[in-house]
Design a protein around this ligand. Structure first.
Ligand code: FAD
Ligand code: UDP
Length: 400
């Protein structure tokens, strides 16, 4: 990871300069101001710079690029994800082709175990899970399907995250794997969350123990930060880190703003705060080669305060005689990481979205700005679509 360490240092150097980068003679006039150097901001900045020859200033209040996907070598030299495990998976060839301009890939199929009743069993629930948990010998998909069908409770209209699971596997498995984990992760019962949240996790009757079923399951070979560094490495892109855009917006002239932070904050919380769920990450170096059998172990037990432990070497393929892990403690306070999908929050978001629609000189993109529980690939897709709209608008105004 020598190259990566160099690039991270490079990014830090820009950081150290802080707002002085502007004062030191960078331009004051840009075609675009992009707020946020995560997937949403970096993809759109790259497209505007390379396809429109636009001059773009990217500002992030954190001291690094890559947003929540940021990875870095820790004090032991193990590559860790600062904001928890980020596993890339997508069904879109277009999104893989796009990102492949900036990275090579490492094939990686994600597997997760859940620690329940004193054993570590596969999650998503599959035939092996049932056999291990209940001491069964289900041998075929049909047998597993029949077993689950006998436990499943019919739900007339599947609306909530409780309904999804109960209707598929019944109450006991719901309580064992989902209720405690979800209450910890979101601070509310699954019955208070949209069905989309737990519907992310399938139920299987075969023995496929992969977490995702996507066509592409790959990790950027040298990490996310290196990929972002290449994406942002364009002569038309200036980068300003450790800077809140509000501290510099008056100093520069920008034709258009792309905003990828929390939408309620952009509008000064005019209609009140939109709830975002946060996490506290506890990173640890462990003096042994391996800590756990797979990259992620989930802890649904309500008495355990964290939701999961990640061991990065499984994800990155790095060899090292020590290993690094992260505990995730959910929290209401802290950086916004997750929009909380439930009807009243969606209603509040819609009010902010109406303000956004009435603000044509600002484009809102990304997980926080559009209040959508999106994975990385979905944010890339959303950013590419936003670029196409800006492109169409430019053509309509005859600005080519
Ligand atoms: P972000 O990455 O949040 O970027 C927004 C940026 O805007 C931030 O860097 C922020 O500092 C900056 N910003 C905000 N306000 C301001 C301001 N006022 N001034 C300047 N800058 C500002 N997705 C997957 O596909 N697979 C996974 O395994 C996965 N795991 C995840 C695990 C966790 C714990 C979390 C939290 C998310 C995970 N995701 C995963 C989702 C993924 O992180 C997001 O889809 C993606 O990073 C969103 O990109 P974004 O650019 O929209 O937002
Ligand atoms: N979930 C759960 N138990 C698990 C795994 C997931 O209850 O063992 C629920 C929980 O509500 C979680 C949601 O399913 O927030 C989505 O899980 P995922 O692993 O996709 O969450 P993320 O990686 O986005 O945090």
């Amino acid at each position: 990871h020598a190259r990566m360490a160099g690039l991270v240092r490079e990014a830090t150097r820009v950081t150290a300069a802080g707002p002085n980068v502007l004062k030191a003679g960078a331009r004051k006039k840009y075609d675009y101001l992009v707020v946020g150097a995560g997937f949403a901001g970096s993809v759109i900045a790259e497209r505007l710079a390379s396809q429109h020859d636009a001059h773009v200033l990217v500002v992030d209040k954190r001291p690094h690029i890559a947003g929540n996907a940021y990875d870095r070598p820790d004090e032991a030299g193990v590559l860790i994800h600062q904001y928890g495990p980020h596993i890339f998976h997508t069904n879109s060839d277009e999104i893989v082709d796009y990102l492949s301009q900036f990275t090579e890939w490492r094939p990686y199929q994600h597997r997760v175990l859940a620690e329940v009743r004193g054993q570590k069993v596969p999650i998503p629930i599959n035939r092996t899970t049932l056999n291990m948990l209940f001491g069964l010998d289900l041998r075929t998909d049909e047998q597993a399907a029949a077993y689950l069908a006998a436990r499943a409770e019919p739900v007339a209209e599947i609306r909530t995250s409780e309904d999804v699971v109960i209707s598929a596997v019944g109450r006991e498995l719901y309580e064992t794997f989902f209720q405690g984990y979800t209450r910890k992760q979101w601070g509310v019962d699954p019955s208070q969350l949209d069905k989309a949240v737990t519907a992310r996790i399938p139920t299987r009757t075969n023995t496929d123990d992969r977490y995702f079923g996507d066509k592409h399951q790959i990790m950027p070979k040298h990490g996310y930060t290196v990929m972002f560094d290449r994406m942002l490495d364009h002569p038309n892109i200036d980068l300003l880190l450790a800077t809140d855009y509000r501290d510099i917006v008056a100093e520069i002239e920008a034709g258009h703003i792309v905003f990828t932070g929390p939408i309620d904050e952009f509008f000064d919380f005019r209609y009140g705060k939109l709830p975002y769920r946060s996490l506290r990450f506890e990173h640890k170096v462990v003096d042994q080669e391996q800590f756990q059998p797979v990259a992620v172990v989930n802890y649904p037990d309500p008495l355990i305060p964290y939701t999961r432990i990640t061991e990065y070497k499984h994800l990155t393929g790095q060899t090292h005689d020590r290993t690094s892990i992260t505990f995730e403690y959910p929290s209401a306070e802290g950086d916004p990481y997750y929009p909380v999908p439930r009807p009243e929050n969606q209603a509040l978001f819609k009010k902010y979205e109406a303000l956004a629609d009435a603000t044509p000189d600002v484009t809102f993109v990304g997980r926080l700005a559009t209040y959508r529980y999106y994975n990385m690939d979905q944010v890339v897709g959303q950013a590419l679509a936003a670029f196409r709209r800006l492109d169409a608008r430019r053509k309509a105004f005859g600005l080519e």
